[in-house]
Each structure stands twice: as structure tokens, then as C-alpha cells.
Design a protein around this ligand. Structure first.
Ligand SMILES: [Zn+2]
Length: 289
């Protein structure tokens, strides 16, 4: 094995573990942020018996398994969602590392930033999706945070190109322009869909949070990602929506609120990890390529 390969293996393991630890913290955010509670104090405790959770009972994935999903003092069941979110966080951080592996070519600085931004965005999407599932509400730190993250990242890339090239040209700002165009398209498109839906159904068809979330997708990944995410999220949402209606016929009315945010996030993840492959597969189906 070459040194790059060994380093990659170690960093891949670290990526999974780091993602699981971040997701463990996100579990706290998902529970406390929508309730207006502080995310730092009081320290984690069992909601049933109030026993505080020791550090060795708070190790991602491992603790839940070793406690068999039960509180150590009162044996009250701990939701399997905790281990699900932690595993999801680990898997997505690892996937992002494999996608933007900064070791090849050996420590390429911009790739480190790309990976870091992907990790932050994945964390924001996990927290936002689960909060949206629970409360039909997308937190600002996901939607506005994503937009700011995208704009700052692309502006930083453009400035870095100018500084490293020693020349301030307009061409270096293409990335930033692409990001602004993506934000405008994502926001504008969903704002229009929301307006149209409200006109047709005579009631709020979509929350403003979804409009901001699509703006964030555009600011981070550009206008093409917006179009892909819009199509893929509607397909995913319809499939799950019809499945839910089929499974529980009486419970779901025509206007039962189904949060759209998680589907935008799932579609955005599809774009990040296999967007290019899916687009070229679709084009080959049409005979374009
Ligand atoms: Zn307990």
C-alpha cells in the first residue's frame, strides 16, 4: 500500500466516526431547537427518569447497541431514531469523503474546503429534515444557513483563484455567479410553485422554508442542481405520498400536510453523489447521448 492509500483508509474511518459524533449532537438539536430549549444545557438526561447520561453512555452507535436501546437506570426504551440518525450521519460523511477525497492528489487545499462544505451542508440537512418531519417546519439554520454557506464558499473560491493566479479577472468569478444564479433560480422557481399552488388550492400549498431550502441548493450546487432537485424531489415525494395513502386509506385526506423539505434534501443528496451519472443515463434514454 502506498502512503496515500493508508492515509485514505485512516481518514475514511475517521470520516465515518466524525459524522456519527456530529449526528449524535444533531439528535440533541432535532429534539431541543424546535422547542426553544438550549442545545448545551442542561446536559443530556433520560426524559423518563431524569438520570443524567454519562459520557460512556453517550458514544455514538455503540452505546445504543450496548444498552440494547434502553435507559441504563430505568430501562425505558430509547427511540431507535438515535442510532438511525448517527448511522446516517456517519454513512453520509464517509460518502462525501470518498466523493471529495482530498488525499488524491495529495492534500489539495480546495478539495478540503469542498469536503468541509459538503459535511456542514449534510449536517444542516439531517437536522432540518428530521425537524421538518416532526414539526412541519424548516429551521432557519438549515435554509438561510445553506444559502449563506453556498455564497460564502463560492465567493471564497473566486477570491482564492484571483489571489493564487495573481490576477483579478471577471472569469475567476464564474463560480460565484453560478452560485448567485442557482440561488435566484431555486428561490424563484419554488416561490412561483408556491404562488401557483396557493392560487389553485386556495390555501398555503407550501411553506416559505421549502422556498428558502431550494435557494440554498442553488447557492451551493448551481442552477442545474436546482432543476434536478425539483424533479427528483417531486418523484420521491409522490412515490412516498402514494405509498402512505395506499397503506392507511382513511387516515390521509387530500390535504394532509406532507413535509416537502426532507424530499428536497434526499434529492439534493442524490445530486451530490450520483447526479452526473443519473443525468447522463437519462439523456442516453432519450438518445441525446
Ligand atoms: Zn431512565
Amino acid at each position: 500500500m502506498t502512503i496515500e492509500k493508508e492515509l485514505s483508509c485512516i481518514l475514511a474511518f475517521f470520516s465515518f466516526w466524525f459524522g456519527a459524533c456530529i449526528a449524535s449532537f444533531l439528535n440533541v438539536v432535532i429534539w431541543r431547537a424546535p422547542r426553544g430549549e438550549s442545545i448545551v444545557s442542561p446536559p443530556s438526561h433520560c426524559p423518563k427518569c431524569g438520570a443524567s447520561i454519562r459520557w460512556w453512555q453517550n458514544i455514538p452507535i455503540i452505546s445504543w447497541l450496548s444498552l440494547a436501546g434502553k435507559c441504563a437506570s430505568c430501562r425505558a426504551p430509547i427511540s431507535p431514531r438515535y442510532i438511525l440518525v448517527e448511522t446516517l450521519g456517519g454513512a453520509l460523511f464517509l460518502a462525501a469523503f470518498l466523493k471529495y477525497n482530498p488525499v488524491y492528489p495529495f492534500v489539495w487545499i480546495p478539495m478540503v474546503w469542498t469536503l468541509l462544505v459538503a459535511w456542514i451542508w449534510i449536517a444542516l440537512m439531517i437536522a432540518g429534515s428530521f425537524i421538518d418531519f416532526d414539526h412541519q417546519l424548516l429551521p432557519d439554520f438549515t435554509t438561510v444557513g445553506g444559502m449563506v454557506l453556498g455564497l460564502v464558499f463560492w465567493l471564497g473560491c473566486s477570491i482564492w483563484l484571483c489571489v493564487s493566479g495573481g490576477e483579478w479577472t471577471l472569469a475567476n468569478f464564474f463560480g460565484f455567479g453560478w452560485s448567485v444564479a442557482g440561488l435566484a433560480l431555486g428561490f424563484g422557481l419554488l416561490w412561483f410553485v408556491r404562488w401557483l399552488g396557493t392560487m389553485v388550492f386556495k390555501r398555503e400549498a407550501m411553506g416559505m422554508g421549502d422556498v428558502f431550502l431550494m435557494g440554498a441548493v442553488g447557492a451551493l450546487y448551481g442552477p442545474v442542481a436546482v432543476l434536478f432537485t425539483l424533479i427528483a424531489s417531486s418523484v420521491l415525494g409522490s412515490v412516498v405520498g402514494f405509498a402512505m395513502i395506499a397503506m392507511s386509506k382513511a387516515k390521509l385526506g387530500r390535504f394532509t400536510a406532507i413535509p416537502y423539505g426532507p424530499y428536497i434534501c434526499m434529492a439534493c443528496l442524490l445530486w451530490i453523489f450520483c447526479g452526473e451519472e443519473l443525468v447522463s443515463w437519462y439523456l442516453s434514454l432519450l438518445g441525446v447521448r
